[in-house]
Design a protein around this ligand. Structure first.
Ligand code: GLN
Length: 271
């Protein structure tokens, strides 16, 4: 047995001892652990307006507001950590966060590593092109160069990672920020950007003469909150989301950030 193997066997043994000592695996009674700590840690990638973005030193948006309701239900403080989108799941599974609220699409592949809450938002992957582009529909993306946000469902679909895409693009360029993908679109380095619908609208709003969002989306999907597999936090989170939906509070939160049927939102009005 080499040293590395030996160490990993030792580590596995220690974990087994630690688990039997506390009787319940930490993630099985995550709620008690959170309440004992007095705080719940949400992780996100605060580059996803209007779901999460920075407003001076604060991280604000729809997801932090939902997270605040979860913290309130648990009777604890909310702490938010901001990391790269594709590190969110591995980092939570290392114990660095209690849940992920990041406009994250619930996918089957991700469900192998996390448990998702009930969905809280119907979303889609939208297509942004230059105003004079010949790309008018999703199928026009066949054989084109597309910019995406690294590790997102737009990336997964365009690179055809799971082999289910009906569109075969020529090349995918990955960016850590949607904004950088859009800059390359304007500079002519990519033919289109595929990104979640609301960030897409915000990005187009910032460059209304140069960019358009196509009416037809690339895919339809749902956002949900991700938690460690088997955690009892899911019951609490599902309850909070269901209550927010039934009371109409979730719609109120969303409409603070997103214009609904032409009504100017509070966030827009105060700009
Ligand atoms: N909804 C997309 C996904 O889950 C992107 C989310 C994001 O960039 N924050 O992959």
């Amino acid at each position: 047995m080499n040293m590395k193997k030996f160490l990993s066997v030792c580590a596995a043994g220690l974990t087994a001892i630690a688990l039997s000592a506390s009787f319940v695996p930490a993630e099985a009674d995550q709620v008690a652990t959170i309440q004992a700590a007095g705080k719940v840690v949400m992780s996100t990638n605060a580059e996803f307006e209007p779901f999460e973005y920075k407003d001076s030193n604060d991280i604000v948006g729809i997801d932090p507001e939902i997270a605040a309701k979860i913290a309130e239900k648990l009777g604890v403080e909310l702490e938010i950590t901001d990391i790269a989108f594709d590190s969110l799941i591995p980092s939570m599974n290392k114990g660095k966060a209690d849940f992920i609220a990041a406009g994250m699409t619930a996918t089957e592949e991700r469900s192998k590593n996390v448990d998702f809450s009930v969905p809280y938002f119907n979303a889609s992957q939208s297509i942004i092109v230059l105003a004079d582009s010949e790309i008018k529909s999703r199928t026009d993306l066949n054989d084109k160069t597309v910019g995406v946000q690294q590790g997102t469902t737009g990336d997964i679909y365009c690179t055809d990672e799971d082999g289910t895409s009906d569109i075969k693009v020529k090349d995918v360029k990955r960016y850590s920020k949607g904004m950088d993908a859009v800059s390359d679109l304007i500079a002519g380095r990519v033919d289109a950007v595929v990104i979640d619908d609301f960030p897409a609208s915000k990005l187009v709003e910032k460059n209304p003469e140069k960019l358009v969002k196509l009416d037809e989306a690339m895919t339809e999907e749902e956002y949900a909150i991700a938690m460690p597999k088997g955690s009892n936090l899911k019951e609490v989170v599902d309850q909070v989301i269901t209550e927010l939906q039934e009371s109409g509070e979730l719609d109120a939160i969303v409409s603070k950030y997103i214009e609904v049927e032409g009504v100017e939102s509070e966030a827009e009005a105060s700009k």
